[in-house]
Design a protein around this ligand. Structure first.
Ligand SMILES: Nc1ncnc2c1ncn2[C@@H]1O[C@H](COP(=O)(O)OP(=O)(O)OP(=O)(O)O)[C@@H](O)[C@H]1O
Ligand SMILES: [Mg+2]
Length: 295
């Protein structure tokens, strides 16, 4: 079961009270500007359980954040490359972050513009599964992504970098955790859903204890694929709220055919069916994310 230690609770509360100001708010009038660069916030969308809505949440949150005027980079780090195809991109050999993670070439060169304003993508490719093995043989094997991402973060090019994680807790996911500020966990409204997060909780504590990334915090848990007609779904939501308290987002993502269809058209839901309940749910979730981050 997921447990939060009081330290994590305190840190979590503190980060919310002291949001990082954006670069505009640091401008002191037209003549004086501190000209400070604020690194992007990196959000990992993770759950080692498969098929819980990680990719659907990554793609749609990224798209909604861009609509909300935020500059967004979506990184697909899952060898399945579902977020890549969800944006209508082909899975092209050599287009992913695979080589830069091995120290070959610049990660920024892999950035591609999408059809949507303020929204870029670093695609994945099936070969990424080879990265697991190759990276694990390297020095600093947990820090590869953090190092590769640093110039992009520091360049003040994006407000948010959203990372779609694979359904595993292997080297790639550890790299993502080491490189991220926030963790957002989609939880499917089903009986065994809580099992999927127990491991992540342990990993979070280990990242703190080992110093790999003591700053990674849980931004929140989002319940996905909610079917209000079943009593089970309602019970699961109640149980999860009981367990996680206010870390569970108020927004619950409904199970809808439109959300499942959208990736086959290579579009986020707000472009596939703007007035659907799925689009509305992800828009409201985005507002919640922004208000939690005071962004
Ligand atoms: N709210 C929803 N309503 C209906 N279908 C959904 C919803 N969210 C996701 N799906 C569908 O469920 C399947 C799994 O979703 P998704 O790919 O987002 O999960 P995932 O956690 O990324 O999976 P994996 O672990 O394999 O990467 C997909 O076919 C997706 O289209
Ligand atoms: Mg996925």
């Amino acid at each position: 079961m997921w447990q939060f230690d009081s330290h994590a609770n305190k840190t979590f509360g503190k980060r919310f009270k002291n949001p990082v100001p954006d670069s505009e708010s640091l401008a002191l009038g037209s003549a004086v500007s501190l000209n400070l660069r604020v690194p992007s916030s990196v959000l990992a969308i993770a759950n080692q359980k498969g098929g819980v809505g990680k990719t659907t949440t990554s793609v749609n949150l990224a798209a909604c954040l861009a609509v909300a005027e935020k500059r967004v980079l979506l990184m697909d780090l899952d060898p399945q490359a579902n977020a890549t195809s969800g944006f209508g991109f082909e899975k092209v050999e050599g287009a992913s972050s695979y080589r830069p993670l091995l120290g070959e070439g610049d990660l920024a060169e892999k950035i591609q513009r999408t059809a949507y304003d303020r929204l870029d993508l670093i695609p994945s490719e099936p070969d990424m599964c080879g990265a697991e093995i190759e990276i694990s043989r390297m020095e600093d094997h947990v820090m590869r992504l953090r190092t590769a991402l640093k110039p992009i973060r520091d360049a003040d090019r994006y407000d948010f970098i959203i990372i779609d994680c694979p359904p595993a807790l292997g080297i790639l996911t550890l790299n993502i955790f080491a490189a991220s500020d926030w963790l957002l966990v989609p939880l499917q409204c089903e009986y065994y859903s809580l099992e999927g997060v127990s491991m992540i909780s342990r990993i979070l504590n280990q990242l703190k204890e080992t110093g790999v990334n003591p700053n990674l915090e849980l931004l929140g848990v989002v319940m996905t694929m909610f079917d209000g007609r079943t009593r089970l779904a309602q019970q699961v939501v109640a149980e999860v709220r009981n367990h996680f308290g206010d870390r569970v987002f108020d927004t619950v993502i409904p199970r809808t055919t439109r959300l499942a269809e959208a990736p086959s058209f290579g579009k986020p839901i707000i472009y596939y069916d703007k007035y659907s309940v799925g689009a509305a749910a992800y828009e409201v979730l985005t507002q919640e994310v922004l208000s939690r981050l005071k962004a």
